[in-house]
Ligand binder design. Structure first.
Ligand SMILES: [Mg+2]
Length: 384
């Protein structure tokens, strides 16, 4: 079996705002083969930039588009395909958007391999250890205390025993942030509460914030510093009364190794559609475990990423936590035909081959703004 083509679709909501919500657009990737089997993945980044990484023509032996080095290769050799992509982009890649694009292709290759072998990706990754995954609700923090209380009640009504509030109202200063956190903690009762700052505070501000949050029994405090402030993370993780989580913007084993060794966070959060796909995040997981660092993947996108994260977590031997984004728009909810919604705070992992999902042709048609070929042909081939 050989790869014949990599097709892509950029999906975009009619209105995209500069807010902390990564479900407003996405790049869908489909790997095609000469035997008609396809694999599906997604890239969670600026989709137009990633699209160029996949389709760029050769400009140097170590500066090539991903599709150009994969066509003709054996799609079932996921490791060889990953190395080929990594080496072919050494000049302009190794991190950032190139690793994001590699991730999407890698997810599609594992999906394809699962379909060929008739096994779920969790089985390919060593075996399914969990049928049910505990999901934590992941929501944007509202601007007012009343709205935050209502949101906490809504999450509890949907059965979530753990909720992460991020960005939004948390950016309006320490005093306001503490009031919001106190309100959601009171509503949550015994439930778990996590806070995602998602902003580049300096380490002194972050320490003051962590100390101010101490009475509210947070499971972790996420990304209070700029991702490159590794010295700051190290100081913060040593002094903070709350465990520190970060890594959703980090990519590759090399990047995570530096983060873990220099920043010393308690928890790292690789995103399967950014950090290097199943192939690289498997390595990141082992590196983190070697350093006693917990891994809770970042997951705030379509059901393609939810399915991929579910398969990855289902294959872990230890207790796991699935980030479950409650945004409700067609990119978050309708890219796949299947609904992977959480019930009473749990999602169920099934044994269908690959990622276990099928792309929804209507969503591709209605929200597709850029296709790698004639739209109707790309959609037909992607949803076969
Ligand atoms: Mg975050």
């Amino acid at each position: 079996m050989r790869i014949t083509e990599i097709s892509t679709v950029v999906l975009r909501l009619p209105v995209v705002l500069a807010i902390g919500d990564g479900t407003q657009d996405v790049l869908i990737v489909v790997v095609h083969t000469d035997e008609g089997v396809t694999g599906v993945g997604e890239v969670h980044t600026s989709p137009t930039v990633a699209e160029a990484v996949i389709h760029a023509p050769v400009s140097h032996v170590r500066s090539r588009g991903l599709a150009s080095v994969l066509v003709g290769q054996d799609p079932l050799d996921t490791e060889a395909c990953w190395q080929r992509m990594y080496e072919a982009t050494e000049v302009y890649g190794r991190r950032g958007v190139v690793m994001h694009a590699i991730s999407g292709v890698d997810l599609a290759l594992w999906d394809l391999r699962g379909k060929v072998e008739g096994r779920s990706v969790a089985e390919l990754l060593g075996g399914r250890q969990h049928r049910q995954l505990a999901a934590y609700a992941s929501v944007l923090m509202p601007d007012t205390v009343d709205e935050a209380r209502q949101l906490a009640r809504d999450c509890a009504a949907q059965g979530f025993a753990a909720v992460k509030y991020g960005w939004g109202g948390l950016g309006a200063g320490i005093e306001q942030a503490v009031q919001l956190v106190a309100a959601v903690r009171e509503e949550a009762g015994d439930g778990e509460v996590m806070i995602d700052i998602g902003a580049g505070l300096d380490v002194e501000q972050a320490l003051r914030l962590a100390e101010a949050f101490e009475p509210y029994d947070l499971t972790f405090l996420e990304e209070p510093l700029h991702p490159d402030d590794l010295a700051g993370f190290r100081r913060l993780a040593e002094a903070s009364p709350i465990p520190i989580a970060t890594g959703e913007k980090e990519t590759s084993l090399a990047g995570f190794t530096t983060l873990i060794e220099q920043g010393r966070p308690d928890i790292v959060q690789p995103d399967l559609a950014r950090a290097g796909g199943f192939t690289e995040v498997e390595r990141i997981w082992h590196r983190a475990r070697d350093h006693d660092v917990r891994v809770i993947p970042h997951c705030w996108s379509t059901d393609v990423l939810v399915a991929a994260t579910m398969q990855f977590l289902a294959s872990r031997p230890e207790p796991v936590m699935l980030e479950f984004c409650l945004e409700d728009n067609p990119i978050r909810r309708e890219v796949a035909v299947e609904s992977l919604w959480a019930v009473d705070g749990y999602v169920t992992v099934d044994d269908r081959p690959g990622l276990g999902i099928t792309l929804n042709p209507r969503t591709l048609r209605e929200l597709g703004v850029s296709f790698s070929g004639p739209a109707q042909d790309v959609i037909a081939a992607a949803t076969r």
